[in-house]
Each structure stands twice: as C-alpha cells, then as structure tokens.
Design a protein around this ligand. Structure first.
Ligand code: SF4
Ligand code: FES
Length: 151
C-alpha cells in the first residue's frame, strides 16, 4: 500500500492506495488529472482547481484528500454524517465521524470512508474489494422486502 502527496502552489492532494476501492469515479470525472495510464497518475496542473476539489470530495473511500494552499476553503465534513449500504458492497460513510478501535483510540478522522460489511476485508474496518471474491450479496434497504418478495 502506498501513500503519496501531489502538489502545486495552490493545492496538495493526498493519495492512500490502501483505501481506494477502484470505483473509477475520479477518472471518469476528470481524466486529464486522474488517469492511471499516466505517470504520475495524478497531474494537478492538467485541470481546474475547483474541479479537482469537487472530484476529491466525491471520492467515497477517503483514498483522496486535499489541503488547499491558496487560502480557499478546506473540506467541511457533511453534518449529519450519512451511511449508505452499497448494493453487494461496503458501507459508504461520509461526514463528521470518527473511527475508533475497541479501546476508544481514534485512528481515522477522514470525512469519507468505505467500511467493510462482508467480513472478508484484509484491511478492516475498510473495504478492500474482497467482497467480490467472497461473492457477498446484500439487500440494501432493510425497509424494503427482499428481492424474492418484491413485485
Ligand atoms: S474515486 Fe477514490 S475510491 Fe474511486 S477510484 Fe478514485 S481514488 Fe479510488
Ligand atoms: S465490503 Fe468490501 S471487502 Fe468487505
């Protein structure tokens, strides 16, 4: 797992590969900047600052984060925090929350995280895509009937 920081004089973007769940949302939104076919794969000079900020804030796993150096606003966590059970995948959590260990020690304060709910991750409590190999399937909303009972 790698961690890297990319920077211009306006912004630093931090990348934590261990958190990425490979949605591809960053590349789809701004391929000139976030492109795994190029090296380095993040090229901040290739896109507008506001777009880069938007893409980073949309990264569900927290693999991407940023720190503005131009005096612009830093990321504000959503309040209240939200938890979305992703179909056949992790919990998408975003907002103001803390992840603590069983002793109460905070070890993650990112405003975004994808938390494993299949039990197969080797990077608990974060999802590492092992749910695919494990064949995890879910029904996302407890208020809805299971698929076999749905009309
Ligand atoms: S949006 Fe985040 S989780 Fe998705 S591919 Fe990009 S860095 Fe990974
Ligand atoms: S939900 Fe993705 S590894 Fe468990």
């Amino acid at each position: 797992m790698a961690e890297r920081t990319y920077a211009t004089d306006q912004i630093e973007v931090h990348w934590n590969s261990g958190r990425c769940i490979h949605t591809g949302w960053c590349s789809k939104a701004l391929i000139a900047v976030f492109n795994t076919e190029q090296r380095p794969w993040i090229q901040l000079e290739a896109g507008p600052l506001d777009e880069i900020v938007k893409v980073v804030e949309n990264c569900p796993s927290g693999a991407l984060s940023y720190r503005r150096l131009d005096g612009g606003p830093q990321e504000e966590p959503d309040v209240p925090a939200t938890i979305v059970p992703w179909p056949n995948g992790p919990y998408f959590v975003r907002g103001s929350f803390e992840v603590k260990d069983r002793h109460g020690e905070v070890f993650d304060t990112s405003p975004r995280a994808t938390l494993c709910r299949c039990g197969a991750s080797a990077n608990h409590p974060f999802c590492d895509l092992s749910h695919r190999e494990a064949g995890f399937s879910s029904y996302p909303r407890v208020s809805e009937p299971p698929p076999e009972e749905a009309e």
